[in-house]
Write a protein that binds this ligand. Structure first.
Ligand code: MRU
Length: 334
């Protein structure tokens, strides 16, 4: 993403957050010195994407340190905002282990942000190696710079392949109900000059069946110890279609998205969001007045449907239990 638009910037005790709810038509920012302001931005998806909400929460802890807030209280407020993406909890726990003074907290938050940029670059390179020249690939939700604060995860694989000179076309799931694909991924691809077309989520399986996608690339919000993957709702359906038609399903995520303490996907808390996100469109009600909605924000793709998990530490292949244990051990040993 060009440097004139960055999703979070911290300077002079102020966190500046690009308000992703207004994209792509309006580039506007939220500025706050208050951890509660950051928590509200995370809850309302002004800032979103698993790694980026971890970074935003880390800066929120640093803001709290400046104000002399009790770190444990700030931490629990932040962790409660979104339950599925484990990067949030991971970043807050790291901040709790850093020094309590503002300078130490700010340095640790900046380190988490820097590490994400470096991790994204490595994920991008490993992921690009899986994309053949001339491929049309399909992606879901938004996994670009807007989701990580670096170059992205699954989208970094695509932008890296493009930068290497490979011809790549991207089919972008619109990603109902909040349209992170149509609004954010398409915007990022357009700015990068990468050929792409937005598709209705419901079109994906038919396109895959007709040989219209050489690979599926998605990110993750949490990966259990056995390789089960929680990601934006609709990912599981893509994985089923991909397996039925012999198309590889790649998950690209940093090691900080792995939750080694959760044995399998059944233990992952799936965020349930407001019914209005489904019942209304752009602020206008579309469903009948008496209709209710069910709105899980994520689903779980069983490890058996995942061809590879691409991390900054390399490409993990099944069986994932051992591969994940070794990748997370190395990360802890660093
Ligand atoms: O609800 P969101 O927009 O925060 O969901 C984001 C996703 O599901 C992404 O695919 C995931 O966080 C991976 S981002 C690198």
């Amino acid at each position: 993403m060009p440097t004139d638009v960055t999703p979070v910037t911290f300077a002079g005790g102020v966190l500046r957050i690009l308000d992703q709810r207004a994209l792509p038509h309006d580039v506007r920012y939220i500025e706050t010195r208050d951890p509660a302001g950051v928590a509200a931005a995370i809850r309302t998806l002004a800032v979103r994407g698993a790694p980026l909400i971890g970074i935003a929460a880390a800066y929120a802890m640093a803001l709290g340190a400046r104000r002399g807030d009790e770190p444990a209280a700030t931490a629990s407020m932040l962790v409660a905002t979104r339950p599925t993406a484990v990067n949030l909890r991971w970043a807050v726990e790291r901040m709790l282990s850093a020094g309590r003074d503002a300078a130490s907290a700010e340095a640790e938050a900046a380190r988490i942000h820097d590490e994400q940029r470096a991790s994204d670059a490595r994920c991008g390179e490993h992921g690009a190696s899986l994309i053949p020249d001339g491929a049309t690939v399909l992606t879901h939700c938004n996994t670009g710079a807007l989701a990580t604060g670096g170059g992205g995860t699954a989208l970094a694989a695509i932008t890296t392949a493009h930068a290497q000179g490979k011809r790549v076309e991207v089919l972008v799931d619109e990603t109902r109900p909040l349209l992170q694909g149509a609004r954010l991924t398409a915007w990022e691809l357009a700015r990068a000059g990468i050929p792409h077309r937005v598709i209705a989520d419901g079109a994906a399986a038919g396109i895959i069946a007709r040989g219209g996608a050489a690979a599926i690339l998605v990110g993750a919000d949490r990966i259990a110890a056995n390789g089960d993957v929680a990601n934006k709702v609709g990912t599981y359906g893509l994985a089923l279609a991909a397996r039925a038609h012999g198309v590889p399903m790649y998950v690209v995520a940093p090691v900080s998205t792995i939750d080694a303490a959760t044995a399998s996907g059944g233990g992952i808390d799936i965020e349930q969001r407001d019914e209005d996100e489904v019942l209304a469109f752009a602020g206008s009600r579309v469903a009948a007045d008496r209709s209710r909605a069910l709105n899980p924000a994520f689903d779980v793709t069983p490890a058996a449907l995942v061809t590879a998990i691409v991390t900054e530490r390399g490409i993990l292949r099944p069986p994932y239990g051992a591969a994940i244990a070794s990748a997370t051990r190395e990360a802890v040993a660093r």
